[in-house]
Design a protein around this ligand. Structure first.
Ligand code: AN7
Length: 368
């Protein structure tokens, strides 16, 4: 008999700050596929898996954190939430706030978020404001709004978000039987790398649960964390904030990450790295995923794969290891990038008449 996944809070209740009386707001997030990537595995000689986070209810990993953040908002009696967003956080906040029956305001950089994400926030009835500024400006205003007005902040500076997002690391270990040797992912505001590192550490150590007492370690080790920023928006790599971040990967166009320090901790404690990948490398990885692995992602989501390809070319990727790469959001969020060739020209689908000979000719088939 089929069993429905119950969402990350119910699946991992013992390891999350919830109790028996908590009203859980969930859309069934998490439980996403860990897909073996044959072409990347063949290239590197390691076993490479993709954690396909586009399979979450609103199409990105943000839902794992949002189920916790909106649950916490409701628990605190909030009637409205606010977030700044490059798009995915706003789509997720709007959906979960709708289920909770509370208001949602989102601040997005004007003209800099994809149509798919904009449509989601609007479809769910969020109060959407396009701010004349970038994401970092939006986050600054959202924080001040939550400090001075009756609105609850659901950006990843809210610890509830990190708690929910750490469940992705639990799933990886639960599916593989142990932690992977390496974990690669995109870095924007740096909440996700913070959350994965927290999850991996909690699974490798005995864990004191609020509801269940001491829980034994689940994994024997933690992975080496490799995070990748877009080259035009790579403050952690540069060592200073970027005032005018730029990249085609709009989801990670962030110049001053809120969890900067925690990302460096994850890097340093795991013996890993945070590096940058160019827009060309991101688009090549995006194309690799769709054309060789069968996985369609939005450009920012391909940054981890771009990082693997870059470091493989430089001879830095070991063989015979287990590697997990998080691909963070669905390709349908921002589909325009698929309709372009590597040299930037538009791809036009072939048009044919409705007869079998025209179709066979267009496909280059000869008769039996
Ligand atoms: C597809 O939605 O910051 O390093 O406001 O949408 O945890 O910020 C999105 C970030 C990677 C970076 N991939 O994750 C937002 C937002 C996708 C994303 C990231 C984002 P973090």
């Amino acid at each position: 008999m089929a069993h429905q996944w119950r969402g990350v809070i119910r699946e991992y209740a013992q390891r999350l700050p919830v109790g028996p009386a908590t009203r859980i707001i969930s859309l069934g997030e998490g439980g996403t596929p860990l897909v073996f990537a044959p072409a990347l595995s063949e290239l590197t000689g390691s076993k490479v898996y993709l954690k396909v986070e586009g399979m979450n209810p609103t199409g990105s990993f943000k839902d794992r954190g949002m189920t916790m953040a909106i649950t916490a908002a409701v628990e605190s009696g909030a009637e409205a939430v606010v977030c700044a967003s490059t798009g995915n956080t706003s789509a997720s906040a709007a959906a979960y706030a709708t289920q909770a029956g509370i208001k949602c305001a989102v601040l997005v950089p004007d003209g800099k978020i994809s149509m798919g994400k904009l449509s989601q926030a609007i479809a769910h009835g969020a109060e959407l404001l396009q701010v004349n500024g970038n994401f970092d400006n939006c986050l600054d205003v959202a924080r001040k709004l939550s400090e001075n007005y009756p609105v609850f902040l659901v950006n990843s500076v809210n610890p509830a978000r990190i708690e929910g997002q750490k469940t992705a690391a639990f799933e990886v270990v639960d599916f593989l039987g142990d932690a992977p040797d390496y974990h690669l992912l995109p870095v924007g505001n740096a909440g996700n790398i913070t959350a994965y590192w927290k999850g991996y550490r909690e699974y490798a150590e005995s864990y004191i649960s609020a509801t269940a007492g001491e829980l034994p370690a689940v994994s024997t080790k933690t992975p080496i964390m490799w995070g990748f920023q877009a080259a035009g928006s790579a403050p952690i790599v540069a060592g200073h904030p970027i005032t005018e971040p730029d990249t085609i990967a709009s989801a990670i166009r962030i110049g001053n990450p809120a969890s900067w320090q925690q990302a460096e901790t994850a890097r340093d404690e795991s013996g890993g790295l945070i590096d940058s990948v160019t827009d060309e490398e991101i688009l090549a990885a995006h194309r690799w995923l769709s054309s060789k692995e069968g996985v369609f992602v939005e450009p920012a989501s391909a940054a981890g794969v771009a990082g693997l390809l870059k470091h493989h070319a430089a001879g830095n990727v070991p063989t015979e290891k287990t590697m997990v790469i998080t691909v963070t959001g669905h390709g349908l969020k921002d589909p325009q990038w698929a309709l372009r060739t590597a040299d930037g020209s538009d791809i036009e689908p072939t048009k044919v008449e409705f007869d079998v000979v025209s179709v066979a000719n267009a496909l280059g088939l000869t008769g039996l």
